[in-house]
Design a protein around this ligand. Structure first.
Ligand code: NAD
Ligand code: ZN
Length: 364
C-alpha cells in the first residue's frame, strides 16, 4: 500500500492508495484522534450495487453506521439530493463528531463532502473514491453541488480526514469513465511532469492499456502533483488555478452538450487541445499538438467535441465561468510542458484560436 500525505494550512491527511486499500479504513477510523461517535455513509447507488459489500465488511462493527444512497453520477449533485442527505443526517441525529464516508466517484464525493461541510457548519469526512477521475476530485478539499445556472457553483472548501483509494474498485469502470478519468492524469502530466507525459504516451496505446501497476503509478504521481499544488495554495488564490488547465473550454463543452452527456474528462481532453493551440498562438509553445491529438484519438477521445458548437455559444458560456471577468476569459496556458501560467484572453484572440482549431479538426 502506498501513502501520499496532503498538507494544507487546515489539515494534514493521508491518501492511502493501492489494491486492497479499503482494508485500512477500519483501523484508520478507530485510530482517529477524535474517535467518531458514529458513521454515515453516502454511497453512489450504482457503486454500492457492485462494491458495497466490500466497504461494508471493512467498516468497524463497533460503530453504528447509517447508509444513505444517492443517484449514480452527476445527478447526485443537485439541491433535492443535497437536502435529502441533510434530512437523513438530521434524522440519524449525527453530532459534531460523527463521520461521513463518501463512497463513489467525483460526483458522490463532491456531494458528500459538501454535506459534511454544511452539516452543523462542518463535520469530518473520509473519501472512498471509486473512479480514476477521483484521484483528482477526492484530494484537495473542494466540495460542491450544481445549480441549474452553473456547475459547482454552490460549495465549500472542506478537507477530508483521509482518502482511502482502493484501485481494485476501478476494474468495473466502463471504457468511457476510464477514458474520462485518465484525461485528468494527462492534465497533471502536462502541467507538471514531462517525463510522466512521455511514459504515458509510450505505454497507453488504447483505452485497454489504462490498467494495472502503470495506472497505479500514474494515479499516485497525479495525486502527488495535485497535493503539491494544494499545499502551496489551498483556496485557489494563485497556483491552484493551474489545475484548471483544459477546463475553461472543457466546461463550456460540458455545459453545451448537457451535463452528464459528455463525460467531464472527455470534455477536458478537448479543452486541453484548445489550450495547447492557445499556448502556441499566445506564446509560441513548441509542442507537437498534432501527434498528441492523434494519440488521444487512438484512445477514442472525442477530440473535436467542442467544434459541434458555434464559437458564439462557446464564448457565451466561457464568460459565465467563475474565472471570467469583463469580456475576457481566464485561461491556463503552457510555456512548455510542466510550466503553466495564467492569462486573460480577449474575445478576438479566442475567436482566432477557435478558427484555427476548426481548420485543424477538418484535416484530422
Ligand atoms: P461520477 O462520480 O459521476 O461517476 C461516473 C459514473 O461511474 C457514475 O455513473 C457512477 O455510478 C459510476 N461509477 C463510479 N465508480 C464506479 C466503479 N468503480 N465501477 C463502475 N461504475 C462506477 O464521475 P467522476 O468522473 O468520478 O467525477 C466527476 C465529478 O467530479 C464532476 O461532478 C466534477 O465536477 C467533479 N470534480 C471535482 C473535483 C474537485 O476538486 N472537487 C475535481 C475534478 C472533478
Ligand atoms: Zn476536472
Amino acid at each position: 500500500m502506498n501513502r501520499v500525505t496532503v498538507e494544507t494550512a487546515h489539515k494534514t491527511y493521508p491518501v492511502i492508495i493501492g489494491k486492497g486499500a479499503v482494508q485500512e479504513i477500519g483501523r484508520f477510523i478507530l485510530q482517529m484522534k477524535k474517535k467518531p461517535t458514529r458513521l454515515f455513509v453516502i454511497a453512489d447507488e450504482a457503486v454500492y450495487a457492485i462494491h458495497g459489500s466490500t466497504l461494508r465488511n471493512e467498516l468497524p462493527d463497533s460503530l453504528q453506521t447509517d447508509w444513505h444512497f444517492v443517484p449514480a453520477g452527476e445527478s447526485a449533485k443537485s439541491f433535492p439530493v443535497f437536502e435529502q442527505c441533510l434530512t437523513a443526517m438530521l434524522e440519524a441525529a449525527l453530532d459534531r463528531h460523527s463521520l461521513v464516508v463518501a463512497f463513489g466517484g467525483g460526483a458522490c464525493g463532491d456531494l458528500a463532502g459538501f454535506c459534511a461541510a454544511s452539516y452543523m457548519r462542518g463535520i469530518p469526512f473520509i473519501q472512498v473514491p471509486t473512479t480514476i477521475l477521483a484521484h483528482d476530485s477526492a484530494v484537495g478539499g473542494k466540495t460542491a453541488i450544481n445549480h441549474p445556472l452553473g456547475k459547482n457553483m454552490i460549495g465549500a472548501f472542506h478537507q477530508p480526514e483521509a482518502v482511502i483509494y482502493d484501485t481494485a474498485f476501478l476494474k468495473s469502470l466502463t471504457e468511457k469513465e476510464t477514458r474520462s478519468g485518465f484525461a485528468e492524469v494527462i492534465k497533471h502530466a502536462l502541467i507538471a511532469d514531462s517525463k510522466l507525459l512521455e511514459d504515458i504516451q509510450q505505454t497507453i496505446k488504447n483505452v485497454g492499456d489504462i490498467k494495472g501497476s502503470f495506472l497505479e503509478h500514474c494515479l499516485q504521481r497525479g495525486i502527488e502533483i495535485k497535493s503539491a499544488i494544494v499545499k502551496e495554495d489551498e483556496k485557489e488564490t494563485g497556483v491552484r488555478a493551474f489545475l484548471n488547465f483544459g477546463h475553461t473550454y472543457g466546461h463550456a463543452v460540458e455545459a453545451l452538450s448537457g451535463y452528464g452527456k459528455t463525460a467531464h474528462g472527455e470534455a477536458v481532453a478537448c479543452g486541453m487541445i484548445f489550450a495547447l493551440y492557445a499556448s502556441e498562438f499566445k506564446n509560441n509553445l513548441s509542442f507537437d499538438i498534432r501527434s498528441f491529438t492523434e494519440w488521444l484519438k487512438k484512445a477514442d477521445y472525442h477530440v473535436e467535441a467542442g467544434t459541434a458548437f458555434s464559437f458564439d455559444d462557446m464564448y457565451a458560456v466561457m464568460t459565465r465561468d467563475k474565472k471570467a471577468y469583463g469580456g475576457t476569459v481566464r485561461f491556463v496556458l503552457l510555456n512548455k510542458v510542466g510550466e503553466p501560467y495564467i492569462t486573460d484572453m480577449t474575445k478576438e484572440e479566442l475567436q482566432k484560436i477557435d478558427e484555427h482549431f476548426r481548420r485543424e479538426v477538418s484535416q484530422w
